[in-house]
Write a protein that binds this ligand. Structure first.
Ligand code: NAG
Length: 411
């Protein structure tokens, strides 16, 4: 009998506290023969959850650090004793309806934004997306997102099970939004791999392909490779291995470089008119037109008012570059060797063959100047996080009608 509590805490380590109910969402899988509807769910990242002991007491101090030594004594012990609670999605102003998911900017508890993942409710893991020779399409309402905000949709090569098979202390798994990683190798995760991230000792790195990072004023897509043939990994002193700035296409920047005045392409009332809903198509073109081929380039199309519109091409040495891949990232983007050095198209091919997780988020870093200021967009500094919040109390991003499938079958 007296053994039971310790056995119990072993089974529960980095485990599940209160129950979790995923909001439902439908999406489509398309071929030339047509589209079929798939019913899935979304799950919010583990960072938004309360972390509690088996008794339901908080595991963290008010500053967000693990409560050492009162609750647990070190990274392993805190991982063993602390659980992730189920989430009340309305708290983070996250909601779904049919094929739509909406993320609000300001949450009822004063926190900002959210990050959710598409979840396969049949396999009970994140939906894995294999993108070579495929496209992903969605409708977006980004009309309310002001300067300094970023409504994003992107692929990160997270473990489909959230890391629970590779890291036995992680009992909560994908159903509780664990295992986030990206090319910045973020160190802010409360649990990373097997351990509680005491002192932010660990970071979590992986390939990241940013299909969409945008507000109503600016947009970019960007590829961030993360070393040749490297799936998600836990880093300590080696957290600088990915292409952090990425190889990017931002139409506003390209217009200026091409000498086009007044930035007619993207924004409120512009050609891609962000005051209305529009459709974003992103095609992962294969070298030989087969799923087994090598990723050659990634192409962006928009559908605006029923018309297909190509994204802005950067003209470099007389050649137009409107896709992201080896050629643009070496010959078209000035002097940045990171994309090729970290594996380029060949490494992304392997990454997408292993499969990536679809992350949808709304956030701010307090300025997003890299996205929407100076040469990236028309914004001026919004006055830090407080300034962004003041102007975006009711802002939201809504993605709907997500479609995945063979090239030219989803729009
Ligand atoms: C860069 O451009 C040259 C000339 O067009 C081409 O031969 C080469 O393959 C390009 N580099 C890459 C990595 O595609």
């Amino acid at each position: 009998m007296f053994l039971l509590p310790s056995l119990l805490s072993l089974t529960l380590s980095q485990g599940r506290g209160s129950a979790e109910v995923h909001p439902k969402i439908s999406y489509k899988v398309c071929t030339k023969a047509g589209c079929t509807t798939k019913n899935g769910g979304i799950v919010i990242d583990s960072e938004w959850r309360d972390i509690v002991t088996a008794d339901g007491a908080p595991c963290l101090k008010s500053n967000g650090d693990f409560d050492i030594p009162n609750v647990c004594k070190d990274a392993a012990d805190c991982s063993d004793k602390c659980l992730l609670n189920g989430y009340t999605y309305s708290k983070a102003s996250v909601s779904t309806s049919g094929s739509a998911v909406r993320l609000g900017f300001l949450n009822s508890d004063g926190s900002i934004g959210s990050r959710v993942y598409l979840f396969d409710e049949d396999l009970k893991q994140y939906q894995l997306w294999k993108m070579v020779n495929k496209e992903i399409t969605f409708d977006i309402d980004t009309s309310t997102l002001g300067c300094g905000t970023n409504g994003a949709l992107y692929f990160s090569e997270m473990d489909a099970d959230g890391g629970s098979s590779r890291f036995p202390r992680n009992k909560a798994g994908a159903a509780y939004g664990t295992g986030y990683c990206d090319a910045q190798c973020p160190r802010d995760g409360k649990f990373i791999g097997n351990n509680a991230n005491v002192g932010r000792k660990y970071g979590s790195c992986c390939f990241e392909w940013d299909v969409w990072e945008a507000n109503a004023y600016a947009t970019q897509m960007a590829a961030h490779p993360c070393g040749v043939n490297t799936p998600a990994y836990v880093c300590e002193s080696d957290c600088q291995k990915c292409d952090t700035s990425g190889c990017a296409n931002n139409p506003y920047r390209f217009e200026a470089q091409n000498g086009v005045k007044n930035h007619p392409f993207y924004g409120l009332g512009k050609q891609v008119d962000t005051s209305k809903k529009f459709t974003v198509v992103t095609q992962f073109i294969s070298s030989n037109g087969l799923d087994s081929g090598t990723l050659k380039e990634v192409r962006r199309l928009y559908v605006v008012g029923g018309k297909v519109v190509e994204t802005v091409a950067k003209i470099q040495n007389g050649k137009p570059y409107n896709t992201i891949g080896n050629d643009f990232c070496t010959n078209g983007s000035a002097g940045d060797d990171a994309y090729m050095r970290l594996g380029g198209d060949a490494a992304f091919t392997k990454s997408f063959q292993r499969g990536a997780v679809l992350a949808i988020s709304l956030w701010t870093d307090g300025s997003m100047g890299w996205l929407d200021e100076i040469d990236g967009g028309p914004c001026t500094s919004p006055g830090g996080k407080e300034g962004v919040i003041a102007k975006n109390k009711n802002s939201y991003v809504e993605y709907s009608n997500i479609r995945y499938g063979d090239i030219d079958t989803t729009y």
